[in-house]
Design a protein around this ligand. Structure first.
Ligand code: ATP
Ligand code: LTN
Length: 335
């Protein structure tokens, strides 16, 4: 591709930990598919980030391939987009070290994800969990990224990434593009089905999330059991009716119906109808993804070839930035 036709870069990543859930799809992957033609896109399987919580080695290997398959099954194209595994591009870890030296302990201490995860995993508050946002900043800055589509929970990490980039540029000239987050408000935070005050999360208990690989019956059962409230009125009010509002968001996005029209149509109906319609919309969205996913998972040779070839494409881009960084900060260059 020539310089003049190059599009701005979009980067995002998902950890190959747990099962990819509906919040990951609506908050992240679906937006990737909507934006993918307008940017030069990199979609990373961030396996180094996943190591911040304990992983079973065989499980991690399997989930890495599963996520590659899900990315493609969801509509990303490994010919046009770059779908690759973070650990296959060593420049991520290299840049992370450099950026560690430009990030303050105080900044990292304020990260809510660190506070949450260290409260939940008291037995494993490792240094990687603390410096997690620095590796994330490296992921993004390595590719001169302009846009980063993520869910609301990642907003703070995007802010620190921008701060580090601005700080570095102020010292060494315009080395990094300062990225913008892309967090559409309506879909930024899909809530847990069992505790609708918390975000849906793949590291939670199984009934709280819909896995993208759940069968139609499981999806229906999980929605039937989803926590709502006792006043039996279908109304969009996330503050006072988080459970019902969450179902409405899911149904509105996947059913392609505007929230106001949806609420008018369902007003006066019982929660059973809302749950059934939501389950149907989710199953309709997941069916084609699951079909492609099964085919892809049956061809591990293809997935491995994609990851290899795409990692090489990513490395070429990453090396360009890393060389510039090394030179600017004064690391001695060999001829
Ligand atoms: P974990 O529970 O392991 O932290 P997670 O389910 O939060 O995992 P991540 O890999 O951390 O998943 O997130 C991948 C992407 O999905 C990120 O952009 C994140 O913001 C987004 N995301 C995760 N959960 C939700 C959610 N409930 N609603 C909207 N977006 C979400
Ligand atoms: N921290 C993110 C995953 C992630 C990411 C990134 C997202 C790692 N590196 C770079 C966007 C850009 C999360 O969702 N837990």
């Amino acid at each position: 591709m020539s310089e003049t036709t190059r599009k701005p870069v979009l980067f995002s990543g998902i950890q190959p930990s747990g099962q990819i859930q509906l919040g990951n799809y609506i908050g992240a992957i679906r937006n990737f598919t909507l934006l993918r033609h307008d940017y030069d896109c990199l979609f990373s399987i961030v396996d180094l980030h996943a190591l911040t919580t304990r992983q079973d080695p065989a499980g991690l290997r399997r989930k890495t391939l599963e996520l590659a398959a899900l990315y493609i099954a969801s509509g990303l194209d490994p010919e046009e987009n770059i779908i690759y595994c973070q650990s296959h591009v060593p420049q991520h870890a290299e840049l992370a070290w450099i950026l560690n030296c430009f990030t303050y302990m105080g900044e990292l201490s304020r990260m809510t994800q660190f506070k949450d995860k260290s409260a939940r995993h008291k037995d494993n508050i490792n240094a990687g969990l603390f410096t997690y946002p620095v590796l994330m900043a490296a992921d993004i800055l390595l590719y001169q990224t302009s846009l980063v589509p993520v869910g609301a929970d990642q907003k703070q990490h995007l802010e620190i990434t921008r701060d580090v980039a601005i700080r570095f540029n102020a010292l060494y000239g315009d080395v990094f593009t300062v990225p913008e987050p892309y967090i559409p408000k309506a879909t930024a935070k899909i809530m847990s089905l069992t505790e609708p005050a918390r975000k849906m999360s793949k590291s939670d208990q199984e009934d709280s999330y819909i896995a993208l690989t759940d069968t139609p019956d499981t999806v229906r059962r999980k929605f039937r059991r989803a926590v709502t409230d006792s006043d039996a009125e279908i109304r969009f009010d996330p503050e006072n009716k988080p459970g019902v509002s969450n179902l409405l968001v899911i149904l509105s996005v996947l059913g392609g119906e505007r929230m106001d029209a949806l609420c008018t149509r369902l007003s006066g109906q019982g929660y059973g109808v809302l749950k059934e319609e939501t389950a149907q919309a989710v199953n309709a969205a997941l069916a084609p993804i699951q079909e492609r996913y099964q085919k892809l998972m049956a061809d591990k040779g293809y997935l491995t070839a994609v990851l290899k070839n795409n990692a090489e494409r990513a490395q070429m881009m990453a090396l360009r930035t890393l060389r510039k960084v090394y030179k600017k900060i004064g690391l001695y260059q060999l001829p």
